[in-house]
Design a protein around this ligand. Structure first.
Ligand SMILES: Cc1ncc(C[n+]2csc(CCOP(=O)(O)OP(=O)(O)O)c2C)c(N)n1
Ligand SMILES: [Mg+2]
Length: 391
């Protein structure tokens, strides 16, 4: 156990928290931190896998800092959209723990395939948080190098990235880069709605039969825009994995510690050559689907309030406070850092230059194409037609 782990009874600390086991007849839910901020020492799943974390005090505080920063930057992006500075924004509000927990569980060599909402994972990969804002402002295609950061481009076509991830993961094992502790693993993010897509089900089949080193990470935020979960499935989503022949596990997606533990275990199994796992991170989208959506049209306020009581940041703060791992000065300093970084983000978004309109045609094909050249020329003539006019 790491030095300073709250499992070690120390002066001023509570006694070691209890371990838990899956309850027969109920859906599994791996949890290491209750909504009240109480630590669960370990959780043993129905298949006997034991999940636990072994963080230092500093690492616990680091996870809290990540959660706060990610939420603040997300809120700033929403505000920027509201002020007309972004075309659209897909907020992660409420899903910070699922993303930070899984994102921090990735090892440097692991490759991630995101949707359009994985700003928290992007942050954990060390990508400048300004990058997705360029995409949502419509001034670039995203901007980061997927190979450098091992984080693919955002994908808006629902579920498509699970197939890209499967192909990539099959390549990893064909190249012989699995089978050891420093082997490579791949993670594919998607939503509850995406599980109804053919692509996702095809990815499950291929990953299973080719034993691909892949973790399917489904953030079940209870909605696919306005469609609730009961329109996607009659069984808990993680149980679908059994039909494809690989393990599935449900984790409390508002618990950053459990999200970390479950993802780390699944990635390590994948890198050792033991094939895919489906993780269902059970969480809630506390905001709208995107800034173009009005969730009051399809869900009731009491539901949102019930989930606010399970807020991922509040429970981590309660835990740090109860265990005396952090004091007011620490929380104030984190808030101040978040404020500074969000101001910096805003300043840089406002300073983003508009691209030359013709660059729209760049990077479509590596070597161009005659049809594209024709379209570019046509577009230039169209723009020139405005010259000298009041428009
Ligand atoms: C193939 C495809 N069909 C439809 C859409 C429109 N669309 C955008 S987001 C979305 C809902 C996705 O829900 P879910 O998978 O639960 O992800 P969430 O946005 O909740 O994170 C839909 C249907 C799309 N982008 N791609
Ligand atoms: Mg969803």
């Amino acid at each position: 156990m790491a030095k300073g782990d709250p499992g070690v009874p120390a002066r001023g600390r509570r006694a070691a928290p209890r371990s838990r086991k899956a309850t027969a007849g109920e859906p599994e839910l791996v949890q290491l931190l209750t909504p009240e901020g109480e630590r669960v020492e370990s959780y043993t799943g129905r298949d006997g896998t034991e999940y636990r974390v072994d963080f230092t005090d500093e690492e616990y505080r680091g996870l809290y800092r990540d959660l706060v920063l990610v939420r603040k930057l997300d809120a700033e992006a929403t505000a920027l959209q509201r002020q007309g500075e972004l075309g659209l924004w897909a907020s992660l509000l409420g899903q910070e723990a699922a993303q930070v927990g899984s994102g921090r569980a990735l090892r440097t060599q692991d490759m991630a395939f995101p949707t359009y909402r994985e700003h928290g994972v992007l942050y954990c990969r060390g990508i400048d948080p300004i990058m997705p804002l360029g995409l949502f402002r419509g001034v670039d295609q995203g901007g980061w190098d997927p190979n450098e950061f091992k984080f693919n481009m955002y994908t808006i076509v629902i579920g498509a990235q699970t197939l890209h991830a499967t192909g990539y993961a099959m390549g990893v094992s064909m190249d012989g880069r699995t089978g050891t502790e420093d082997g490579e693993a791949v993670i594919a993010y998607f939503g509850d709605g995406a599980t109804s897509q053919g692509d996702v089900n095809e990815a499950f089949v291929w990953a299973s039969v080719f034993n691909a080193p892949l973790v399917f990470f489904c953030q079940n935020n209870q909605y696919a825009i306005s469609e609730p979960l009961e329109r996607q499935t009659r069984v808990p989503l993680y149980q679908r994995a059994a039909g494809f022949g690989f393990p599935g596990v449900r984790v409390d997606g508002n618990d950053v510690l459990a999200s970390y533990a479950v993802t780390r275990a699944a990635l390590d199994n994948a890198r050792l050559g033991q094939g895919p796992t489906l993780i269902e991170a059970y969480t809630y989208r506390m905001g709208a689907h995107t800034t173009s959506d009005d969730p009051t049209r399809y869900r009731i306020a009491s539901e949102v309030e019930a989930w606010q009581a399970k807020d991922p940041i509040a429970r981590m703060k309660a835990f740090l406070t109860k265990q005396q791992l952090a004091d007011d000065a620490f929380f104030t300093e984190v808030d101040e850092q978040a404020r500074r970084e969000s101001v910096h983000l805003r300043e840089r978004v406002l300073a983003m230059p508009n691209p030359e309109p013709s660059t729209l045609f760049d990077n479509v094909y590596p070597n161009g194409s005659p049809l594209l050249d024709e379209q570019r020329a046509q577009f230039s003539r169209y723009l020139e037609s405005f010259e000298g006019s009041a428009h």
